[in-house]
Design a protein around this ligand. Structure first.
Ligand code: FE2
Length: 297
């Protein structure tokens, strides 16, 4: 919509939002919106787009940390991150810093595909990243749809999984990700602290999204470690198949950042994978949103 000098409509109500899906699977870019000056109509459009597309990217935003936190709070309470050390002066906002080691890729530190906090009784609703300093290339984030993963299974497999329970265990973060060397005393102390704070939890493998009501496969490659009641061999084989299935290209999308990009994903409906393939500096601000949702409830 063009604006003329005669147009006296307040800026916050003039926004015409353009939601452009980036794949046939999930993810959309949202144009025509200033997240620091949101009208009620614009916010309602964003809420619906969030549920429809699971991941939204807003480019060209100019936000202070307080404005970033304000936008997050439109969707929920900000979650504290006890094991993220890089707090900012604004509660709930964290620095996410990456830098090359000896000029080499960060790929050995890659956590890989996961859903934030699935090892909690109440996993995060979602998370936001706001890009401050971005390398010339690399550092994209990949997403895969839990809805499509479920819908892509055969009917007999859907039926088999319907009443099965997944075990989610925080310790896989330390053991599988390469974030911590388990030979380090400090790392072992951290893993012990994680275990004390987060005992194993159980979530159904198949559940409905609490807002869309759509069925989804609720597993992730990092923290779903077993299927309750099955033998170790049975559980390992089926989970390996399911994990490979959930991240197929046809269920996935990929976002590239620019300085000023804000990415917002529905942690209940997707897995994500941060790609640590860049060799320059990168700085993002991060927030996560608390949820009272318990999968299967
Ligand atoms: Fe994450």
């Amino acid at each position: 919509m063009s604006t003329t000098a005669a147009d006296t409509t307040p800026r916050a109500t003039r926004q015409t939002i353009d939601v452009r899906p980036i794949t046939g699977a999930l993810g959309a870019e949202v144009y025509g919106v200033d997240l620091a000056n949101l009208s009620a109509d614009a916010l309602a459009r964003i809420r619906q787009a969030f549920l429809d597309h699971s991941v939204l990217m807003f480019h060209g935003q100019t936000l202070s940390k307080e404005q970033f936190a304000d936008f997050g709070r439109r969707f929920g309470e900000l979650e504290s991150e006890p094991f993220l050390p890089n707090k900012t002066e604004v509660p709930g906002i964290y620095y996410l810093r990456g830098a090359p080691r000896d000029g080499k890729s960060l790929s050995t530190q890659n956590l890989g595909w996961h859903a934030d906090h699935s090892y909690q009784k109440n996993p995060s609703l979602g998370a936001m990243l706001y890009a401050i300093d971005i390398p010339p290339c690399g550092g994209d984030t990949l997403f895969a749809s839990n809805y499509l993963a479920y819908e892509g299974l055969s009917q007999p497999m859907q039926d088999f999984l319907e009443d099965k329970i997944g075990i989610h265990d925080v310790l896989q973060y330390g053991l599988n990700s390469g974030h911590h060397s388990t030979s380090s005393v400090k790392a072992i102390e951290m893993l012990k602290a994680m275990r004390e704070r987060y005992p194993q939890v159980e979530h159904p493998l198949v559940c409905r999204h609490p807002e869309t009501g759509r069925k989804m496969l609720y597993i992730n490659c990092a923290w779903t470690t077993a299927i309750k009641g099955l033998s170790h061999a049975e559980s390992s084989a089926i989970l390996a198949m399911l994990k490979a299935h959930t991240i197929k290209d046809i269920y996935a999308c990929r976002f590239r950042y620019q300085p000023g990009s804000l990415l917002f994903w529905d942690n209940r409906a997707v897995q994500h994978s941060p790609n640590s393939d860049y060799t320059g500096q990168r700085l993002m601000w991060r927030l996560a949103l608390h949820s009272s949702w318990e999968p299967g409830q």
